[in-house]
Design a protein around this ligand. Structure first.
Ligand SMILES: Cc1cc2nc3c(=O)[nH]c(=O)nc-3n(C[C@H](O)[C@H](O)[C@H](O)COP(=O)(O)O)c2cc1C
Length: 223
């Protein structure tokens, strides 16, 4: 039975995880790249989940149809009844193969690129809490997330932002402190870091972790 969680009260202080990962490459079959869906919104909730996630060939999990971060985003949406907005590149030039993707992402990072995203961000006025999730790319948020942060920093003022990551060793990788820097005048709540491989292959345990985290944040089980 689908469980819902209602927002209750205060949020925990941010915790910063900074680890290094030697991102290695592995071989795999190439096929056409696919972004994971359309931006979606619905009304009636004061919680929004914003996320970026890739399908295709990913580290340790092979070729996936649903991105690791998307899986976590869906768990949060399911439990909180939140609205959602998926950050999708306006022009999807990200390669399908993992090795090529790491090269493109590194170049973007070196150049401090701000790739454009598609679609209209929902009116943020009515949301008090915004979960924001992404894969760790080279120890940081993917650059397209910074596009989102910078373009919406003003509209996010006064809100509680809760970061979540998927990764393969780097944890939250400073997502929380970086979010605070780029979105000042917000409250950044305790983040969650989940291994991408667990998001794909260990979902029962991950669901428990997500539920515990939501409880800690002040969400409680409702009907
Ligand atoms: C370009 C790129 C860079 C990555 N850099 C890191 C990293 O620095 N640290 C880490 O733990 N994982 C790193 N990873 C692994 C991803 O964070 C991990 O596979 C994630 O779960 C992918 O999520 P997604 O399917 O939602 O895109 C990297 C993956 C890619 C594609």
């Amino acid at each position: 039975m689908k469980k819902r969680i209602k927002k209750m009260a205060a949020l925990m202080l941010p915790v910063t995880f900074v680890f290094l990962l030697a991102v290695s490459c592995f071989a795999g079959e190439a096929k056409e790249n696919s972004a994971a869906g359309e931006p979606s919104t619905s009304s009636g909730s004061d919680v929004l989940v914003v996320y970026f996630s890739r399908t295709g060939e990913q580290y340790t999990v092979g070729v996936i149809d649903k991105g690791n971060t998307a899986i976590i985003a869906e768990m949060i949406i399911d439990r909180t009844g939140a609205d959602s907005f998926e950050i999708l590149p306006e022009e999807d030039y990200y390669p399908y193969t993992y090795a090529e993707l790491t090269d493109v992402a590194k170049k973007e990072q070196n150049e401090k690129a701000r790739p454009a995203y598609a679609g209209e961000v929902p009116d943020l006025t009515g949301y008090s809490t915004v979960f924001i999730g992404a894969p760790v790319w080279w120890g940081d948020w993917p650059m397209i997330c910074y596009t989102f942060f910078e373009q919406n920093a003003k509209a996010l003022e006064g809100k509680t932002l809760i970061p979540f990551s998927t990764h393969e060793g780097s944890g939250l990788s400073g997502f929380d402190s970086k979010l605070s820097s780029v979105c000042p005048d917000t409250t950044v709540g305790k983040g969650l870091a989940i291994r991408g491989n667990d998001a794909q292959n260990n979902q029962d345990n991950v669901q428990i972790e997500v539920d515990n985290w939501l409880s800690e944040l002040g969400f409680q089980m409702g009907n």
